[in-house]
Design a binder for this molecule. Structure first.
Ligand SMILES: *[C@@H]1O[C@H](CO)[C@@H](O)[C@H](O)[C@H]1NC(C)=O
Ligand SMILES: *[C@@H]1O[C@H](CO)[C@@H](O)[C@H](O)[C@H]1NC(C)=O
Ligand SMILES: *[C@@H]1O[C@H](CO)[C@@H](O)[C@H](O)[C@H]1NC(C)=O
Ligand SMILES: [Zn+2]
Length: 316
């Protein structure tokens, strides 16, 4: 009886807490389905992340999204939090995204990051099987829903804007708004205030019309298949030292924990696209057209050979 109660408590507390992890076998992404059934990758289910390859289909009606309030400095303050799985920036109200084929207006709620380790890349999505060092997700909820619970019941309840993050030698001054505050949220549960800044200053603002679109899921439990994904092809660039602040100075454990664990490799594994269409926006270039270009080159090289051969023969 006591034993049953104790067991029940363990089970309940396990299911209760959002306890999932990335790097231990009993709670890593392959085990999420045990606690969160909708994370189970059953056949033909539409999970994220995916690998973007040359199977993309261009859709000329996919133009730039309308990002309302992204250029402005919002009032109030934002909060940055280490939730043990990522670093999350809650951005208050005042921003929304629409257009670009999104089925409605979506209010911006938060953004967060996925990263690797000191020597490994950690983006969630891959491009041609290449992983970028990091990925940033701007999470937006369809404005007709009063709360997240309702949005998770709508097959297009969330719109997430994904940005790859690549590394260069120079610091990204705008990214400093976030990276300079990371030391205040090194441990799980820590929160700090951030002065609002124009979110657009973080983004590749000259290439916002180049993106890929597909329908998928949350990449963290409960893995709900309710996300309209927009993945931008031009990355955000930060410095090696800004990257290192994520990979080596953020912990998945609380400050007073007996054993301190760095938060690393907080990305979910790649899922098959199955029958899903991945669309390329009107202006996307990275993954489009490259299949035909080598062919054109090959043909023209052959033509050149024929011409050269022809002139060689006529020269004889
Ligand atoms: C192109 O995108 C528009 C807007 O999302 C959508 O309504 C349409 O079905 C898409 N066309 C194709 C061929 O996928
Ligand atoms: C990791 O990222 C670096 C920097 O962008 C890149 O040069 C490298 O090819 C990536 N490695 C993998 C395995 O994707
Ligand atoms: C969320 O919104 C739905 C639909 O209006 C409502 O029925 C539900 O009680 C709300 N849930 C919470 C937790 O507020
Ligand atoms: Zn994410």
């Amino acid at each position: 009886m006591i034993w049953t109660a104790a067991l029940l408590m363990i089970v309940v507390s396990h299911a209760d807490s959002d306890d999932y992890c990335y790097n231990e076998p009993h709670c890593d992404p392959y085990a999420w389905g045990d606690t969160f059934p909708s994370c189970h990758p059953l056949l033909e289910e539409h999970h994220s992340p995916i690998n973007l390859d040359h199977q993309v289909i261009r859709n000329d009606s996919l133009e730039s999204l309308y990002l309302e309030g992204f250029d402005a400095i919002q009032t109030g303050h934002w909060t940055l939090k280490n939730d043990g799985h990522s670093v999350v920036l809650q951005v208050g109200s005042g921003m929304s995204v629409s257009g670009g084929g999104l089925p409605g207006v979506y209010h911006t709620i938060q953004l967060h990051f996925h990263w690797g380790g000191p020597a490994t890349n950690g983006s969630e999505h891959m491009v041609d099987r290449r992983r970028y060092p990091m990925e940033m997700h701007i999470v937006n909820m369809k404005s007709i829903h009063p709360n997240l619970t309702a949005a998770l019941d709508d097959p297009t309840g969330l719109a997430v804007l994904g940005f790859f993050i690549d590394v260069v030698y120079a610091d990204n001054m705008h990214f400093g708004h976030i990276s300079q505050k990371l030391s205040s949220v090194a441990y799980k549960g820590q929160i700090t205030k951030i002065k609002p800044f124009p979110l657009m200053s973080l983004l590749p603002k000259h290439s916002m019309s180049q993106y890929y679109r597909y329908y998928g899921s949350l990449t963290t439990p409960p893995c709900s298949q309710v996300v309209v994904w927009t993945l931008y092809e031009v990355p955000i660039y930060i410095s090696w030292s800004q990257l290192a602040q994520f990979t080596s100075q953020i912990f998945s454990t609380e400050e007073d924990a007996e054993q301190v664990t760095p938060l690393q490799n907080n990305f979910r594994h790649i899922h098959p696209t199955f029958s899903r269409i991945v669309s390329a926006s009107k202006d996307a270039i990275l993954l489009t057209g490259t299949a035909s270009r080598p062919l054109v080159l090959a043909v023209s090289a052959q033509l050149l050979q024929i011409i050269l051969l022809g002139s060689f023969i006529s020269g004889l």
